[in-house]
Write a protein that binds this ligand. Structure first.
Ligand SMILES: NC(=O)c1ccc[n+]([C@@H]2O[C@H](COP(=O)([O-])OP(=O)(O)OC[C@H]3O[C@@H](n4cnc5c(N)ncnc54)[C@H](OP(=O)(O)O)[C@@H]3O)[C@@H](O)[C@H]2O)c1
Length: 335
């Protein structure tokens, strides 16, 4: 089997495709042949040796990635035989996802509903769960004006749609550049703002909710603008794609209600339920996973490069060489 292994923290060139023996499922486990593997932004930070949590990154060497979609092709002892041949989506225990075969506990696998195109289930695995958890935690009401940062990204494209579907008064999509703003508008954003332009936050008005997955200067500008509006609001901090994550203390000191991102998924059971909800919504046509780019698994380094260069929109997925290709359904962005 092929894995993409990280041998040293550093640039994308530290990601190396390697052949290793196929894994063997143990009791209660299934062997999955990967059809698509997901990449999340945080993996670029871990690879670079800058994990967004205190303390060191994982022990090396390590295979990054925490989500695949694929077919069950082997069963360990005690696993219900009806799993064999099923299309599933599954986390891989934190690591090990950049691989064309993975072994996971059968209990971790979620059956993929009919009607999703290749990669759409894995596009929703982490991002769908996160976006649904964030929107729930934000307790959106019809009068709310909501701003989404990185609105054209994996989580952001889902947040825009979910906020719009919640019937809020206004969804403001904030992102870098016209292509990204156009994508967010197409997903239902009422208005857009390019935060790479100086003074971008000056024209913001009456925000009640800020979804901050970018941090750094963008987070500081958004926080200052919301504080100046003077009527409180909910501020969700869940990432630092553009700099340090916005500090919780700074949020509360400015009179806003802090929602820390790590609290929005309440338990492993909640995690699974949110994933199932995201898949069901997509199968019913009520949530559109946007797959912006597909890279061959062996070229995971190129995918990391594109993500870090802010060239990507929506979700970036990796396709193993032996994965059966089936085009995404009409409407999904193509890479
Ligand atoms: N995926 C998950 O399940 C999950 C879970 C918890 C937290 N998060 C956090 O949520 C945020 C979004 O995650 P994601 O996986 O959906 O990624 P993503 O939004 O697909 O990609 C990150 C986005 O951040 C923006 N960005 C701003 N400054 C950047 C910079 N200096 N370098 C690179 N990108 C920059 C870029 O959009 P613009 O060019 O439009 O600014 C980029 O597209 C991240 O901070 C991540 O750590 C994600």
């Amino acid at each position: 089997m092929l894995q993409v292994r990280l041998d040293a923290f550093g640039g994308p060139d530290e990601l190396h495709p390697v052949e290793v023996p196929d894994p063997v499922p143990g009791p209660g486990q299934v062997l999955v042949r990967t059809a698509a593997a997901g990449i999340t932004f945080v993996e670029t930070q871990v690879r670079a040796g800058r994990p967004p949590w205190p303390g060191p990154g994982p022990a090396l060497p390590v295979v990054l990635g925490n989500g695949v979609e694929g077919d069950v092709i082997g069963l360990g002892e005690g696993v219900d035989p009806s799993w064999l041949g099923r299309r599933v989506v599954t986390a891989t225990g934190g690591f090990g996802g950049y691989a064309d075969r993975v072994v996971v506990d059968a209990a971790a696998a979620v059956a993929v509903p009919d009607g999703l195109g290749l990669g759409e289930a894995v596009a929703l695995l982490a991002d769908g769960r996160t976006a649904l958890g964030l929107v729930r935690a934000a307790s959106l009401t019809p009068g709310d004006r909501v701003l989404v940062t990185a609105a054209a990204g994996g989580v952001g494209t889902l947040l825009v749609q979910l906020a719009k579907a919640a019937g809020v008064r206004q969804v403001v999509a904030a992102a870098g550049g016209g292509r990204k703003l156009a994508l967010a508008a197409g997903l239902g954003a009422d208005t857009t703002v390019d935060y790479t332009k100086p003074g971008w936050a000056d024209a913001l008005e009456g925000l009640d909710v800020g979804f901050d997955g970018v941090g750094g200067e963008v987070g500081a500008d958004l926080l200052a603008a919301m504080a100046q509006m003077g009527h409180g609001g909910r501020y969700l901090v869940y990432g630092g794609a553009g700099g340090p994550m916005t500090a919780g203390d700074a949020v509360t000191a400015r009179g806003l209600t802090l929602v820390p991102g790590h609290t929005v998924v309440r338990s492993p059971e909640d995690n699974r339920s949110l994933v199932e909800q995201a898949l069901a919504m997509a199968a019913a046509g009520r949530l559109r996973p946007v797959i912006g780019q597909r890279f061959p698994l062996a070229r995971a380094a190129d995918a990391h490069r594109a993500i870090e260069a802010r060239q990507t929109v929506g979700k970036t997925i990796l396709i193993p060489a032996d994965a059966a290709w089936s085009p995404a359904r009409p409407g999904s962005a193509r890479g």
